[in-house]
Design a protein around this ligand. Structure first.
Ligand code: ARG
Length: 569
């Protein structure tokens, strides 16, 4: 598709001694459409050129020669150069591009680059809770979007399947396993065992010591401990899979923490050689004080067992070698900020290429405040995700029963709407913001929600159904779409690919969610202001085509976020 920004930057580059790519990054999109479609601020150049910004703008303008079929006019307003795209050209560009390929906005800009995304990562034998939902949903959206832009993506579920808690679980199971129905309801029952053994550990030092020993035995490959551990892992995974099926989540690798058990000695060896690994109260640590991190990174505990951090270091080494990553993203709650600071700092001592250590990034997200009452369990404020998703589906079904009782496939639609509402809610605000989970808000068909996007899509479908045909692109008279509301919609469609690129620059799927809301609103405006089915065949063809285009982009965008569209609702 024509890249207007690039064309503008190329022209400006004739007058100033700055790289085209950099100039392109200066170009803004004015809030007020009266100020054109693109604006170039000249303020930054004033110092270097020793001239007032408006003068600079005039000088540049006089040097510009752009095809008038592309850019209608260039104006100087204050220190800005404003560019007005030839609107009919814009309409033509966008609609032709949409006609050309099913997957509009898809690109190859990421070709040859490898992106590792570490997301979801629930802990074995513990409930899959609402915090893991955020990681699963944000990570999944990033995965899809990178892939759509041509990157090679590797999605890793770094399961919490190792650590001292397994020493405790093994001990508890050994003591009371028969009293609990672990096979039937693994996570609930294991949680009970875990709470009970923790209590006992508090009362009895010796039991705690035995638990620590168990983990050491597990690490050393003891067959009894390994067998029980495997059982816990398999049973938990089966339970997690039910949630992943509801969400439609997929992973390329399930290598959890345990996978790195035989890969840690090498890490310790490398770190020993740097001379930075020091003894402290029997443990081995790396002091990071001089790096501005006050807490040292513990590599090996005093009883010789390894830590969460050591496993992450082994994972970095492994991922660098196996995937040759350009970026490795860790979609994990902000609570682990210190952990990742430490690990990324120590990773610089592993002797791997700087390319890898520079590519490490903690993609952090805020807390979810829980719905009170019914959803909280006795153990505290852990909400089980499966229950939450099921409740979302049930509530969606209720709304459907009320609004459209004759709808076919109500259950299937309720699943798409309920799950879609939860996913969209998680992605609708910038990820660092804390989120309040409010049923009425997330399922509001009129609000800025998943169901609203789905509802708008369904509306485009019903317009097309009423029309009974989708015209061919050759039958479209582009200048029939030059009214304000059509133009706004077209402009948004034009920005789709750019929106996806922005998501990858900030690791922020909410940029796409906000975009879809804008597009849905623009379409509603267009729909309210224009009669789509009308006497004038040229007008009708053009409007039907725009409707089709909007539906297409809404569907693609939602899919990238992990949300499925119903055809009716
Ligand atoms: N299992 C961890 C938790 O639930 C998250 C793991 C994140 N990934 C990682 N490579 N550390 O807190």
């Amino acid at each position: 598709m024509i890249n207007f920004k690039e064309i503008i930057a190329k022209e400006i580059a004739k007058s100033v001694n700055i790289d085209e790519k950099e100039l392109e990054s200066y170009i803004e999109i004015p809030k007020d459409t009266n100020n054109g479609d693109y604006a170039f601020p000249c303020f930054r150049l004033a110092k270097e050129l020793k001239k007032a910004p408006p003068m600079i703008a005039n000088d540049i303008k006089n040097n510009i020669k752009i095809d008038e079929d592309l850019i209608e006019k260039v104006e100087v307003i204050g220190g800005y150069l404003n560019f007005y795209i030839h609107q009919e050209q814009m309409v033509k560009e966008v609609l032709q591009e949409i006609a050309k390929q099913e997957e509009y906005g898809k690109s190859e800009i990421g070709k040859g680059k490898n992106i590792v995304i570490d997301y979801s990562a629930p802990n074995i034998a513990k409930p899959f809770h609402i915090g893991h939902l955020r990681s699963t949903v944000i990570g999944g959206a990033l995965y899809n979007i990178y892939q759509y832009l041509g990157y090679h993506t590797i999605g890793i579920n770094h399961l919490g399947d190792y650590g001292t808690q397994f020493g405790k679980l093994i001990e508890g199971y050994k003591l009371w396993g028969k009293e609990y129905n672990v096979e039937e309801d693994p996570i609930n029952e294991l949680t009970k065992i875990y709470i009970r053994i923790n209590q006992l550990c508090k009362e009895d030092e010796n039991v705690l010591e035995q638990c620590r020993m168990n983990f050491k035995l597990l690490e050393d490959g003891d067959s009894y401990c390994t067998t029980i551990w495997e059982k816990f892992r398999n049973l938990s995974l089966k339970e997690f899979q039910r949630v992943y099926d509801l969400l439609g989540s997929k992973f390329d690798s399930w290598n959890g923490e345990a996978f790195y058990s035989d890969k840690m000695p090498e890490v310790i060896e490398i770190l020993e050689k740097t001379g930075k690994l020091v003894e402290s109260q029997g443990a081995k640590i790396i002091d990071l004080e001089d790096k501005g991190i006050n807490t040292p990174c513990i590599i090996q505990k005093s009883n010789g067992s390894t830590t969460y951090a050591t496993r992450d270091l082994a994972a970095i080494l492994y991922r660098a070698r196996t995937y040759d990553f350009d970026k490795a993203l860790y979609v994990v709650s902000y609570e682990q900020t210190l952990h990742f600071k430490q690990v990324f700092e120590v990773a610089k001592l592993l002797g791997i290429d700087e390319k890898y250590t520079n590519g490490l990034q903690h993609v952090l997200f805020g807390m979810v405040s829980l719905p009170t009452g019914k959803m909280s369990t006795r153990e505290g404020n852990i909400v089980k995700l499966e229950e939450l998703l099921k409740e979302a589906i049930a509530r969606a079904k209720e709304i459907i029963e009320e609004k459209n009782p004759d709808l076919e496939n109500k259950d299937e639609v309720a699943k798409k709407v309920g799950v879609g509402a939860v996913i969209f809610n998680d992605l609708s605000n910038s990820r660092i913001k804390d989120e309040i989970f409010d049923w009425n808000q997330i399922l509001n068909f009129q609000g800025e929600t998943g169901p609203y996007i789905q509802y708008t899509y369904v509306r485009t479908k019903s317009v097309l159904e009423k029309a009974g045909y989708i015209p061919k692109i050759e039958e479209i008279t582009f200048k029939k779409l030059l009214d304000e509301s059509s133009k706004n919609t077209i402009k948004l469609l034009y920005n789709f690919e750019n929106t996806l690129i922005q998501v990858t620059q900030k690791e922020e799927p909410s940029i796409l969610s906000r975009y879809l809301i804008e597009l849905a609103k623009a379409f509603s405006n267009f729909y309210n202001e224009n009669k789509i089915l009308t006497e004038d065949r040229d007008v009708q063809n053009a409007r039907i085509y725009l409707t089709y285009a909007v539906g297409n982009v809404l569907k693609t965008g939602a899919k990238l976020l992990g949300i499925e569209m119903p055809n009716k609702m």
